[in-house]
Design a binder for this molecule. Sequence first.
Ligand SMILES: Nc1ncnc2c1ncn2[C@@H]1O[C@H](COP(=O)(O)OP(=O)(O)OP(=O)(O)O)[C@@H](O)[C@H]1O
Length: 497
Amino acid sequence: MTQPVPAAQEQLSEVQHRAVSELLRVSPVADDLARRFEAAGFTLALVGGSVRDALLGRLGNDLDFTTDARPEDVLRLVRPWADAVWEVGIAFGTVGLRKDAHEGAEGAEGGAAQSFQIEVTTYRSEAYDRTSRKPEVSYGDSIEEDLVRRDFTVNAMAVALPAKTFIDPHGGLEDLARRELRTPGAPEASFSDDPLRMMRAARFAAQLGFEVADDVVAAMTAMADRIGIVSAERVRDEFNKLLLSPDPRKGLRLLVDTGLAERVIPEIPALRLERDEHHRHKDVYEHSLTVLEQAMDLEEDGPDLTLRLAAILHDIGKPRTRRFEKDGRVSFHHHEVVGAKMTKKRMTALKYSNELVKDVSRLVELHLRFHGYGTGEWTDSAVRRYVRDAGPLLSRLHKLTRSDCTTRNKKKASALSRAYDGLEERIARLQEQEELDAIRPDLDGNDIMRVLGISPGPEVGQAYKHLLELRLENGPMERDEAVAALKEWWAGREDSF
Ligand SMILES: Nc1ncnc2c1ncn2[C@@H]1O[C@H](COP(=O)(O)OP(=O)(O)OP(=O)(O)O)[C@@H](O)[C@H]1O
């Protein structure tokens, strides 16, 4: 191997430093497990994404291990040690488990509990593809055999435990320091083994911010058709991870530029409408990517798949509805309705849940409604209908609609955002009004008559009004309290005569 240049050397030592502290953090649990395997004559190594993430200083509590022990031995070894064991993946060589650990006395938190999600997979000697659910798996005997079948060099490193021996036969550490995705062997061979890896390249680029090596991009472009043999569920899961990453624009661009998107979600590349010489409309593809990023900026509780799907898909009805009108303008009439139908069709083909398909297509359908608001005052009933039609999607619709403004014209943008502020204020006011309108006293007319032993008459109305005042003033009361308050009011009233 060539010696790293000094700059890379510096990066490597920073990488090593991070890795050491990450490994020390998980060590008590990982070493404990490894000693059990060692005592039984087996090896155990931290592997794949866990090693990559340790080197990047972002290892969480999900740990992946690889071993020469067969699944039935793994089960035997982990059962007495783990807090829970899952056997769902056992036919494919994977045992899942949870280990709850307490930090040692010297731990900064002084005894805080941590829960580790662990997967132990037996060495594979064939294409590493644990989600394709092939009926048979063949196991290997060496870790090198296992690592060469992994997707990218940065995912093909291991740390044998408890000795902490670093195993990196494909130069993953250097690629990680260079932030580059390369395959352990020729990319064409790797993608023939499992075409999903092409999607994974785009996903990791988006997730880690790495560049994809030129030969890998070339193979993705040449072999894009092959993605057709992969199940919709596997494609969807990778697409979701890409979309939920910190930089989905980067991953989506790769999918579109290599032709993978054409096979997987052709509505996105179709957004690249050729603009006419008068540039009468903006580039819908670039606009959609920007809307996606603007929507991400408005997320409050972490990445939101529903919102992100709606943002990237909101204009997919445009290419089909584009008309050049006689007056020289361009129109996209009903693109939101057409887009909602297209969304439903594509998401169903990708095997998304009915719930998500319904939510995303609803947002696509509603994304334009607000534009009617800007043109004139909405009646209260139009505002109520907007709220009712959005239902639980209202806060996402607010975010989508606000992000849908990508104009460079600052005046136009701030007018739109002010109009939306106005709408949100009105919604809040109406909602408050309706909540108040819905408030009833804690006892109704019949209760009042029964408690006071009176018949219908103006006193019942007065008693009702008094209880409503109390309800508005103090909030809900227990029944006993309300009865007592009613009697008190009645006695006070009689006294005043
Ligand atoms: N289709 C595949 N082809 C080759 N190797 C794979 C494949 N899927 C998973 N792997 C290997 O298994 C490891 C774990 O896979 P997984 O899909 O959980 O990704 P990860 O790298 O752990 O990232 P994340 O946890 O964010 O999904 C990978 O790092 C890689 O070594």
